[in-house]
Design a binder for this molecule. Structure first.
Ligand code: ADP
Ligand code: MG
Length: 261
């Protein structure tokens, strides 16, 4: 059964795109058929994060009724399928966010997991991803302003009929993870799924347009993200590691076979 998760926050820059890309890549590495989609049609940067910024057809063209969703799906790192949004302002103006519901109906038949990177703030195009997902996951930073903004997003999600299932705390530094977790669970009233540390490898990986879980797989951020991905897949971290190993052997064998043809 497909699970659709939307990653949202109040303000921008909390790490939604980073978390969506890296959780999606991790789930794909665990052997799950996973799609990630950039629903931030105004400030698209998911494609940019993995070197898919120059593709000919994006979600913009699909939402403008000019292309089919099948033409806007690209192969991403680790085998994750990617639906990027375009970066042109004109494309944004022509895209009709209301069409997103139909696009999602088409997509869910194809995958185990669909992760949606939502826009920040409370815009019209931002509300639909909150309403259509099975579960919304809030990405917050350990700062009061970020937590308060996330609370607004939680309330908004409930107003539009969506459901917030958890919180990912991103960019934790010197704060004590247990204390921050307690505080956030109390304020937001939802479970913390994981805590990702501030990690310079995230930016380093981003500058080479590769997800950190692939570029620096044992870094602090990568380990934390893979643990969250294992939870979403309903498996233990140990099982996830075995599935990743098997997946690697599988891909290696396929590559070898291809080379011999
Ligand atoms: P959003 O999509 O919410 O606007 P991004 O995922 O684009 O946020 O992240 C904003 C910036 O923060 C990016 O430059 C990203 O590389 C950086 N970043 C995100 N998470 C971390 C982290 N855990 N450690 C260090 N830098 C991070
Ligand atoms: Mg983003």
């Amino acid at each position: 059964m497909v699970r659709v998760f939307t990653f949202a926050s109040g303000k921008g820059g909390t790490g939604k795109t980073t978390v969506t890309v890296n959780l999606g890549t991790s789930l794909a590495l665990f052997g799950r058929n996973t799609y990630i989609m950039d629903a931030d049609i105004g400030m698209a940067n998911l494609g940019l994060a993995i070197g898919l910024e120059d593709v000919p057809v994006t979600l913009h063209e699909v939402l403008a009724g000019k292309a089919n969703i099948s033409d806007a799906i690209y192969e991403g790192p680790g085998g994750v399928k990617v639906v990027p949004s375009g970066i042109s302002l004109q494309g944004f103006q022509q895209a009709d966010p209301e069409k997103l519901r139909d696009v999602l109906k088409d997509l869910v038949d194809r995958c185990d997991f669909l992760l949606i990177d939502a826009p920040a703030g409370i815009s019209r195009d931002g509300v639909i991803p909150l309403a259509v997902a099975d579960d919304v996951i809030l990405v917050v930073n350990p700062e009061l302003s970020s937590i308060v903004d996330a609370l607004k997003t939680k309330i908004l999600t409930e107003v539009v009929g969506g459901h917030v299932m958890g919180v990912v705390i991103n960019r934790i530094g010197l704060e004590k993870p247990d204390i921050v977790t307690q505080k956030i669970e109390k304020v937001l009233g939802v479970r913390v799924l994981g805590v990702i540390p501030e990690d310079p490898n995230v930016r380093r990986a981003a500058s080479s347009k590769t997800p950190v879980v692939i570029k620096y797989p044992v870094s602090g951020a990568s380990m934390a993200i893979k643990k969250i991905a294992a939870q979403l897949a309903g498996i233990s971290f140990e099982e996830a590691r075995i599935e990743m190993k098997e997946g690697f052997v599988d891909r290696f064998a396929k590559a070898l076979f291809k080379g011999k043809k």
